[in-house]
Design a protein around this ligand. Structure first.
Ligand code: PGA
Length: 254
């Protein structure tokens, strides 16, 4: 059985104080939940403080991006060593905003992913099609290409340490979630691709769905066999809605 995962992507929101307040609220409400893995992904400036806030609870902390090099002349970038230094255990990689707003390629994402696992930081690799690609009928092939390129060179042994998130670009921040049936179709397809690459490890890799996840669509999404959790943007900025999503997701194992 895969433990459900609920990750909150706070994007470019919240000052350190606001992030700490939200974390305390989440910790109070669900910090002791054992049937779900909760990962908070604040902006870089709040990471250190949030790692401190989460100490002693079951809540884990992730970054939203990183560079693949350990150090060097890369103005504005953050390295895996820096993330490790503050106790950050996860990193979101290949988020559609990184790909589409900042021009990240599958090759960049792959370098980041290999670097993260080398440093024992668990990557949450995001894949997903644009509206145009969905309308062209190339959703599956788009996801397959992003997966195959993003995971190139990853060993069988390290495959167990990754998380995949299927996030259709048209569903992110739009209030228009994919239907549970469509999301399950792609997540199942992703599982098939993963089995082709990693055989047994594919059963252990959590595959999340992301894109306008809210308290009122979480039950239906989590009822799908290949949706092992969710990556939540907007609704993770509100303590009540995020903890409701966490509680409802935890029911999948209990
Ligand atoms: P959303 O964002 O929940 O606001 O659609 C999801 C994401 O970008 O990870």
């Amino acid at each position: 059985m895969r433990t459900p995962v609920v990750a909150g992507n706070w994007k470019m929101h919240l000052t350190r104080e606001e992030a700490a307040g939200l974390t305390r609220d989440i910790k109070e409400k669900v910090g002791g939940e054992e049937n779900v893995k909760v990962i908070l992904c604040p902006p870089f400036t709040a990471l250190d403080g949030i790692v401190g806030e989460c100490r002693g609870s079951n809540i884990q902390v992730g970054a939203q991006n990183m560079h693949w090099e350990d150090e060097g002349a890369f103005t504005g970038e953050i390295s895996p060593l820096m993330l490790k230094d503050i106790g950050c255990k996860y990193v979101i990689l290949g988020h559609s905003e990184r790909r589409h707003v900042f021009g990240e390629t599958d090759e960049d994402v792959n370098k980041k992913l290999l670097s993260a696992v080398r440093h024992n930081i668990r990557p949450i690799l995001c894949v997903g099609e644009t509206l145009e690609q969905r309308e062209e009928g190339v959703t599956d092939t788009t996801c397959r290409e992003q997966l195959e390129k993003g995971l190139e060179g990853l060993s069988q042994e390290n495959a167990e340490n990754i998380i995949i998130a299927y996030e259709p670009v048209w569903a992110i921040g739009t209030g228009k979630s994919a239907s549970a049936k469509d999301a399950e179709h792609v997540n199942n397809y992703i599982r098939i691709i993963l089995s082709g690459i990693f055989s047994k490890a594919a059963e252990l890799i959590p595959i999340l769905y992301g894109g306008s996840v809210k308290p009122d669509n979480i039950d239906e999404l989590m009822a799908q066999p290949n949706i092992d959790g969710v990556l939540v943007g907007g609704a993770s900025l509100n303590g009540d809605s995020f903890t409701e999503i966490i509680r409802k997701s935890a029911l999948k194992t209990s």
